[in-house]
Design a protein around this ligand. Sequence first.
Ligand code: SF4
Length: 347
Amino acid sequence: MQTKKRLPTSRRQPEPKPWDDWRWQFRNRRRTADEIAETLDLGRKERLALGEVVKTYRSAATPYYFSLMDAGDPLDPIRRQCVPDTREITSEGGVEDPLEERAHSPVPGLVHRFRDRCLVVVTNRCAVYCRHCNRKRLWHEREKTLTPHELTAMAGYIEKRPAIREVILSGGDPLTLSDGRLEGILARLQAIEHVEVLRIGSRMPVVLPMRITERLCGILRRYRPLWFLTQFNHPREITTEAAAACGRLLEAGIPVLNQSVLLKGINDDFRIMRQLLYGLERICVKPYYLFQCEPVKGADHFRVDIWDGMRMMEKLWKTTSGLCLPRYVADMPGTQGKVPLQPVSFL
Ligand code: SF4
């Protein structure tokens, strides 16, 4: 992917570490409080506090994603997205399952909230555990992936419902599965006659762009129409490596859309958000949604007031081309789809 602007590049570690090997990156995720504290050079007190959070909400971040942060700045936007914060366990706000997904799960791992589409949670494992994740409740269980028996049950449910035309592979991050496992799931779902479109929701282009290999793209290509939804939240995440990963997907004929989450102190500033949207446009990733952060237990401190969000959108709307503009929406239980949040002057 060529862009006129110079993109930042991750701070590669010296050889012989196989920096570009996604499995190496995955195996070497910083997971424990000690590993994180060592990388960030934290003192004993902070290390203990981190340890307390990790007991409730697990943690992991790839060496690649860690390398994007300014480790000395506690307010760094990359650091805040992946390093545990004591507010996760001290804040009273939020609920475990704000979208009531459990109540809409007729078969374990399958969420069916809307008539024409359903969500298949293929794993609760991620390369990076984003501190603002709306499925933090899944982290209480050990890391696991879909069993063949569970896949059969899900496929059986979908087969009996001809109204389901779109299946979304989600998680966790589906791309933590091996190519072979992933292809098996895609093939099983695509074989269902009325399933017309597949979608994959994955943060890999952002947190582990090496995972988007030519081989993986070759597999995904075979299951088109397939849409790829990712989540860039800050312009500093758009690196040379991330742009190249998105470029490989696009060259394989897979459209790439972005779904950011509006996060306090990370991207709730008009200029930062505009930089992010411009950056996405330059790498040909369409800004699709900007989600209002849901009232999730353990992530309440990321929430931005809806009115502030709408004011920011109004400014963006007045100063940015339509191609760059995402729809600012809230996902709410009991609604027939995402609820658009727009200032009166939009109407
Ligand atoms: S990659 Fe997605 S599912 Fe995983 S922690 Fe981040 S937001 Fe949640």
